[in-house]
Design a protein around this ligand. Structure first.
Ligand SMILES: *Cc1c(COP(=O)(O)O)cnc(C)c1O
Length: 426
């Protein structure tokens, strides 16, 4: 029986047998015991499924990963210690020194830094293209050594919407997969796999957890990309892994499982960015209500965007589901149920006005976080982009008076009242 997303949020990933715990058990154990060395040997040879050490895999994590896999409609998935680890692993699983990545430029600052600085040091180059790039610019970005295309469904905090179908078509034309970070939309609002994305990543720290309680990430493979068809591009998946008894992942595990198996056996083994089973348990509590919370975040986000766009002290409002937004058409296509709770806007009067406004807020807290049940906000010019001058800020598309507000689950009329009185203080 094909279950609805709402049911999967509540029940997927774990089905207890008679007499077993109703809630997912937290397997707080580093190691797992075996009766014989042969039994354990079969695990190391990847001939049997099971657990031996929690740096690589843990049963609690795998139950939660299986739920996220079901939500995205994938064939295999894994949890990671953070969203940054998820993006790094997803990219590094198919890219090595001498390779090249095409990425959309609106992406999260942390991932932008990962690609442009840290991975550059590893010999992996990146070409950034605007999410609005025309066909010619997109085509020009590809090189013979390009190994994947990367983008975010809804970029944090730029709030651009990725034309997933189009980016997927370009990636596939060049024999490489499209990796999409679906953190802000969540599978409740968009399932990138349905539009051609091959690998989906998440910072589960955001809406999936949703309560500001546990840092985490996830990678989901849609199981459709045919690695063997572009075997020369993906030696890591299509030729023997000498660090793993000469195994050829794409042959042994097929399209459905090769990517995640390699990522677990190699990258998790060597980097160990595992999520703690405690965090996975907390994440699962969040997932159980994701389908109930997301519509409310979107409702509050839209109400806030509508209120702000009519206000005389506001220069501009950026929210993809607001009619008039540059991304409204794409939002209607990919995010018909709503986009997210994050709204950004520019207050007239620049940095000083934004700071005065934020100081006057009573409900919305000043935090670097987003996608929490509690409304929070941030002035990039006074925090994340602090080192930049007003001119640099303007050219980066982050004007000094810009505020990013993540609308939580409170009453939208209370949130709007709070913003209204704070704007009066400006
Ligand atoms: C927060 C975020 C990340 C990084 O995730 P962490 O869990 O903080 O490591 C990556 N991508 C997007 C879109 C994010 O919002």
């Amino acid at each position: 029986m094909a279950l609805n997303l709402d049911t999967l949020c509540v029940q997927a990933g774990y089905t207890p047998a008679s007499g077993e715990p109703r809630q997912i058990p937290i397997i707080q154990s580093t190691t797992f015991k075996y009766a014989t060395s042969e039994d354990m040997g079969r695990l190391f040879d990847l001939e049997a499924e099971g657990y031996f050490y929690s740096r690589l895999q843990n049963p609690t994590n795998d139950m939660v990963a299986a739920k996220i896999c079901a939500l995205e409609g994938g064939t295999s998935a894994m949890l990671t210690g953070s969203g940054m680890a998820a993006n790094f692993f997803a990219l590094f699983n198919i890219c090595q020194a001498g390779d090249h990545i095409v990425s959309e430029s609106g992406i999260y600052g942390g991932t932008f830094n990962l690609l442009s600085v840290t991975m550059a040091k590893m010999g992996i180059e990146v070409t950034f293209v605007s999410p609005d790039a025309d066909d010619e610019e997109l085509e020009k970005a590809f090189r013979p050594n390009t190994k994947c295309v990367f983008g975010e469904t809804i970029a944090n905090p730029a709030l651009t919407v990725l034309d997933i179908e189009r980016f997927a078509a370009f990636a596939h034309k060049h024999g490489v997969p499209l990796i999409v970070d679906n953190t802000f939309a969540t599978p409740v609002n968009c399932r990138p796999g349905e539009w051609g994305a091959d690998i989906v990543t998440h910072s589960t720290t955001k809406y999936m957890d949703g309560h500001g309680a546990a840092v985490g990430g996830a990678i989901v493979d849609m199981g459709r990309f045919d690695w063997m068809a572009s075997a020369d591009k993906f030696p890591g998946l299509c030729t023997p892994d000498e660090s793993y008894h000469g195994i050829v992942y794409a042959q042994r595990f097929g399209k459905e499982k090769a990517f995640i198996t390699k990522c677990t056996c190699q990258l998790m083994r060597d980097f160990g960015s595992v999520q703690s089973p405690q965090s996975a348990f907390i994440l699962n509590l969040g997932l159980e209500s994701l389908h109930v919370r997301m519509p409310r975040h979107c409702e509050n986000g839209l109400a806030m965007a509508e209120f702000l766009s009519g206000h005389e002290k506001i220069e501009s409002v950026n929210y993809p589901s607001l009619p008039g937004s540059k991304y409204y058409r794409l939002a209607q296509k990919y995010l018909p149920k709503g986009s997210c709770g994050v709204v950004s806007f520019e207050i007239k009067g620049g940095r000083a006005a934004a700071e005065r406004f934020m100081k006057a807020l009573r409900l919305a807290a000043i935090e670097t976080h987003v996608a929490d049940a509690r409304t929070c906000c941030l002035c990039p010019a006074a925090s994340t982009h602090r080192q930049m001058t007003d001119e640099q800020l303007a050219s980066a598309g982050v004007p000094a008076g810009m505020v990013r507000m993540s609308c939580g689950l409170e009453s939208s009329s209370d949130l709007i009242e709070d913003v209204k009185q704070a704007l009066e203080a400006v």
